[in-house]
Design a protein around this ligand. Structure first.
Ligand SMILES: [Zn+2]
Length: 314
């Protein structure tokens, strides 16, 4: 059963604006539209406006609409004129993400099937599927990220790709749980009838306070003595919970990563958004901005109140 794609392609007169370069795609990039327009409206707006922003497909609860030919690039990933996202990836926008609800859920389900179909047609694996955030750090697809479901969405695509058989389930009987916003390892342990120590052992978790939204937690398996302490934190696909007191170095990185996850980038223009482990003026400023919108004294000092507020929002 294949998904039919409706075409409403941009006119060649607008190629220079919307899709100036020939493309041989290597990836598929998933977005959330961050509005509540239908796929038909998304595409007709995109091909009709004077902005260079562009993408190949919009998917809503009913249909998939294509706006650009697949042998042309689109400007959708913010990684620059020669960025791999912009020049080598097919952009898929999932509609109705602003408000969510049943229409969004149906759109996401159709997008999952559609992306699986694109992969299948090309003989590609799940490793070709990227989120917008992978290319330039933008918090997109925002709804999937904020609900901590990126790994689940990928697993669902992979399942469809493998003809409805989950690769994970086929290869292993291990049960897994995906960390949601607000979860703690002790909570996950309690609700699955295992000890925190057991989960730490199965999952090589050194610090039980450091779990990320979207992280896969094995609930069964073989305990291992191998453990590796995380030494640095790249910008996460989910969020790192900051639950230990701030000292320096790595701890500063945790705070900076948390700030970035909440959009209070320590240094938006810098590499890794300025996550460098140095609590300098830019980090203090980001903390200040966070404090001022959180009803706290905006002093730029990361103390217990700021820590508590940040944990609450993560
Ligand atoms: Zn996006």
């Amino acid at each position: 059963m294949s998904i039919q794609v409706k075409k409403n392609l941009v006119s060649e007169a607008k190629y220079a604006l919307k899709c100036p370069n020939a493309m041989s795609a290597e990836y598929i990039t998933i977005h959330n539209t961050a509005n509540d327009a239908s796929a038909a409206n998304e595409i007709s707006y995109m091909i009709g406006n004077t902005s260079s922003t562009s993408f190949h497909f919009a998917v809503d609860d009913k249909e998939v609409i294509q706006g650009l030919p697949l042998n042309r690039n689109a400007w959708h990933t913010g990684d620059g004129t020669n960025g791999t996202g912009n020049r080598k990836s097919i952009g898929v926008e999932i509609c109705y993400s602003k408000s969510g609800g049943p229409k969004y859920e149906a759109a996401e389900a159709l997008a999952i099937s559609f992306v699986a179909q694109l992969l299948k047609e090309r003989g590609w694996g799940i490793d070709r599927v990227k989120k917008h955030q992978d290319w330039n750090g933008k918090y997109c697809p925002h709804r999937i990220l904020s609900e901590g479901r990126w790994e689940q969405v990928k697993a669902a695509i992979e399942k469809e790709l493998n003809g409805g058989v989950s690769a994970k389930k086929a290869s292993s009987s291990a049960q897994v749980y995906y960390v949601k916003k607000g979860d703690t390892l002790s909570g996950i342990a309690a609700s699955h009838g295992v000890s925190v120590k057991t989960l730490q052992s199965f999952n090589h978790i050194t610090d039980p306070n450091l779990i990320k939204v979207g992280q896969e937690i094995k609930l069964s398996g073989t305990a291992s003595s191998k453990s590796h302490a995380p030494s640095s934190y790249p910008l996460p696909s989910g969020v790192i919970k900051v639950t230990s007191p701030l000292t320096k170095g790595t701890k500063v990185k945790q705070v900076q990563t948390a700030l970035a996850a909440l959009y209070f980038y320590p240094d938006k223009g810098a590499k890794n958004h300025g996550v460098d482990g140095v609590y300098g003026p830019k980090t203090a400023n980001a903390v200040k901005r966070f404090q001022s919108v959180s009803g706290l004294t905006a002093d730029g000092i990361y103390g217990p109140k700021t820590k508590a507020k940040m944990e609450q929002k993560l």
